[in-house]
Design a protein around this ligand. Structure first.
Ligand code: SAM
Length: 330
């Protein structure tokens, strides 16, 4: 599927739920928010139908996300079924890692070898604070387990937050000295309910890179963009076992190479993470649409992809992304 700006759209990110077992301060309000009703969440068989069509149209890579995907009942069997669809070259998972230790064996059997784990602090008290009660030890056990099982790559995603984890940048980077992990710093985006607050806590990846560069020699790596490293600008500490990635959706847009479509938990196709302009699939799926109709809707979503998003850390653009990350799927 080639869009009007000649980008090959071959990557589908699927949010299987908006529920989460954490309440990260920049992502979910303290009191929670009105969750999508059970009936309004896309059923697995509906997602599979969409994926089968999308794959015929050129989607090759699928990522399962949420909310927290591992809290949705049956998700691992669903992944195993997805894995049987001919034409999918890669299935990966984004998780907060809380349930990873117990899920790892079954995930592996279902065909997951590549995993992204979110971890915004290495300090147990700070981790508990930012996630409102999360147990870092569960996440660390999960990471250790998938490492021992040979998952690769293991990507650890850190959302950089001014005044919260800027003092941990080096510690995170140093994890790559002897572990083959990819440590990826992600810029905080002004999305949803926390948009304004996030704007004030924005920390540019240029500053993080500079800080690491003051202590270690950072060698740029030739990124495998769109495949394994995605939109990350990849580096390595000289002699390190792992890699460091910088994902900078705010300070350095990578829209020109964006190859993604998103399927939200409530069954909408979203052409750009940062634009609330979606196409409803759930309605048509539940009122007897044909595969041809679905193809047309997928094509329409690809046509909707903008040349780029407008978020650049300025307040005046905030109104454009009101939907919460948990239902879009980060
Ligand atoms: N529960 C899973 C997890 O924690 O990885 C998957 C869903 S979560 C929404 C996906 C990623 O989005 C997480 O790494 C989270 O930190 C990130 N995220 C959430 N809100 C964000 C924001 N406003 N800016 C940047 N990243 C954000």
């Amino acid at each position: 599927m080639i869009d009007q700006y000649k980008r090959d759209i071959n990557y589908l990110r699927i949010s299987v739920t908006d529920r989460c077992n954490l309440r990260c301060q920049y992502c979910v309000p303290k009191e929670g928010f009105s969750l999508i009703g059970h009936d309004d969440i896309l059923r697995y068989e509906e997602i599979i139908r969409v994926v089968m069509i999308a794959v015929k149209m050129g989607i090759k890579k699928v990522r399962i996300t949420g909310g927290e995907p591992l809290v949705r009942r049956g998700v691992i069997d669903f992944i195993a079924t997805l894995n049987l669809i001919e034409g999918i070259e890669d299935i990966s998972l984004t998780t907060n890692g809380i349930l990873l230790e117990e899920a790892a064996e079954r995930l592996s059997a279902a065909g997951i070898r590549r995993i992204n784990i979110s971890l915004d602090s290495l300090d147990p008290e700070k981790y508990s604070r930012i996630t409102r009660g999360g147990d870092i030890h569960a996440v660390l056990r999960g990471i250790q387990k998938v490492h021992e099982m040979g998952f690769s790559p293991i990507k650890i995603n850190i959302v950089a937050i001014k005044g919260f984890n800027d003092d941990e940048v080096l510690k995170f980077a140093e994890l790559t000295l002897d572990k083959p992990y990819q440590i990826r710093f992600i810029e905080l985006m002004p999305l949803g309910f926390a948009g304004m607050e996030n704007l004030g806590k924005f920390l540019s990846n240029d500053l993080i890179k500079e800080e690491i560069g003051r202590h270690y020699e950072l060698e740029p790596l030739e990124g495998d963009r769109g495949k394994s490293d995605g939109p990350a600008d990849m580096c390595q500490i000289r002699g390190g076992a792992g890699k460091i990635g910088f994902i900078s959706p705010v300070s350095h847009h990578f829209c020109h190479s964006c190859n993604r479509l998103r399927l939200t938990a409530d069954g909408h196709l979203r052409a750009c993470l940062l634009l609330d302009d979606e196409i409803d699939l759930r309605g048509p799926l539940r009122t007897g649409c044909t595969n041809r109709d679905l193809e047309a809707l997928l094509r329409a979503a690809v046509e909707k992809k903008p040349v780029g998003h407008q978020i650049n850390g300025e307040e005046r653009h905030m109104k454009k992304c009101l939907k919460e990350m948990t239902s879009i799927g980060g």
